[in-house]
Design a protein around this ligand. Structure first.
Ligand code: CA
Length: 226
């Protein structure tokens, strides 16, 4: 999952990025509204965390512009703690959730994870698909057999994206864009390597290769031949 963090306080944004990365998110930062709006339109973010008080262009204006251009990216707005009118304005402009500053990182994380699950119509605390249960906190996957396996950061990010987008053709480019941030050297051959790792963990039949197109994660419980 790739996030855009639009926040002009460098200390806060660096700190949040560090913590979000630890939780398996690829994070890009925009420190002003003009860059934020541009990046949000150019890059396929899974969620945006948008400070309303941004220089050059306000977060509210950025959000309005995205929605006007039918950009439906999920957005959590960061507002001043007691400014109820900011929250109302945020929702009117198309926000999906809000958080008043200052906040605890855990709350931002929970809201981000909940928003992503809602967006991908997954219910409950963990992401479940195809007999697999992904624990976002521990970055582990529990197989249908009950065996729990630790995942590396990249394996976790890739599997989460697969599980939230089952039964769709996902190109290597798309997977790369959602698994890595913009500073990463986007070598899509790496995706092949990680898909191979994941297949060793969750079973070959769970991820199908569509030649020349990409991969499909099988959403239904894979049936084993008898
Ligand atoms: Ca600000």
């Amino acid at each position: 999952m790739r996030l855009l963090l639009a926040e002009d306080d460098p200390e806060l944004s660096q700190n949040l990025r560090k913590q979000l990365k630890k939780q398996g998110f690829a994070v890009d930062i925009a420190d002003n509204g003009v860059d934020a709006e541009f990046m949000g339109n150019e890059e396929p973010y899974d969620t945006v965390i948008l400070d309303l008080g941004l220089p050059q262009r306000s977060g509210l204006e950025v959000l309005k512009n995205w929605r006007k251009q039918n950009n439906a990216v999920p957005v959590i707005v960061l507002t001043a703690r007691d400014a109820w009118h900011e929250r109302v304005d945020g929702f009117k402009a198309g926000a999906d959730d809000y958080l008043g500053k200052p906040f605890h990182f855990e709350e931002l994380l929970m809201r981000t994870q909940a928003l992503l699950r809602r967006h991908h119509k997954s219910i409950g605390d963990n992401i479940e698909s195809s007999g697999l249960t992904l624990d976002e906190e521990r970055q582990t996957v529990t197989l249908a057999t009950g065996v729990r396996v630790d995942l590396t950061g990249t394996e976790f990010r890739l599997l989460r994206y697969f599980m939230l987008n089952p039964d769709k053709i996902l190109t290597k480019t798309r997977l790369t864009e959602h698994v890595y941030d913009q500073n990463f050297d986007k070598d899509s051959n790496l995706i092949e390597v990680y898909v191979r790792h994941l297949r060793q963990i969750i079973g070959k039949e769970s991820i199908i290769t569509k030649r020349g197109q990409g991969y499909i994660f099988k959403g239904k419980s894979a049936s084993h031949p008898i």
